[in-house]
Design a protein around this ligand. Sequence first.
Ligand code: BTN
Length: 262
Amino acid sequence: MKHERLCASLPVGSLGQPFEYAARMPSTNDRARELARQGAPHGTLVVADEQTAGRGRGGRKWLTPPRSAIAMSLVLRPGSVSTAETGSLAVVGALAVAEALDGLGVQAWVKWPNDVILSEGKVAGVLVEADWLGGSIEHVILGIGINVRPCSVPKADLEFPATCVEHAVGRRVDRSGLLIAVLERLDHWLSKLGSKELMQAWEDRLAYVGRHVTVYGPGVEMAGSLLGVTAKGQLRLALASGERLTVGAGGLSLRPIDTVDK
Ligand code: BTN
């Protein structure tokens, strides 16, 4: 990652100032939360070339070997983001990555709730973590991990096949340029939280619409045809019985029924 290039291009809109970069750290989300608890302002950006204890959704590990991926976390604060809108932040993260990949000529979709996938598999994930004080949000950490080079693709214990940006593009990709493109799209969509436009853009990117999918998580497993998302980001499913259902994301994942686990 070209640290100097990143510094020269920041901030992007309201994002990326202050900026902390490390060649190696346990987790950018953990570091961003530490900075937020010390009072870091909205837009603070933490980037690591390598994470030694990166975290994914559902307590899973997230692999970030050196010189291979993008690992970034932003501090977002209410005032800029209202408590009611924090549920859409993961959507914004996934949409921003998918749109940044457009710029590389790669077709990306969002697999509900917030995985970014290419036709070969998952390429990026989003982890949103919030600190609350009473009933209101103190700050939110929006963490994004993108597999860029082949060596960033995890090989074992996968719930869903994984891939990387370079596999799809077929050439070397500049990680700093991609990170800046993600920040540009994030800045755009963060200013539209709660809008119909955001939900429409998300639904337009939704993978597997019209396909048979399984929605699963701790103690939950259901199958149906994917209809779309509601204005609040819940999944709309048509069950085999004909019944229609909406499902909230909390800890759940989705896969098409014909996906072969690797
Ligand atoms: C997922 O799909 O499970 C979410 C993965 C999120 C990984 C990113 S990498 C940067 C940030 N720091 C972390 O420890 N996790 C997120």
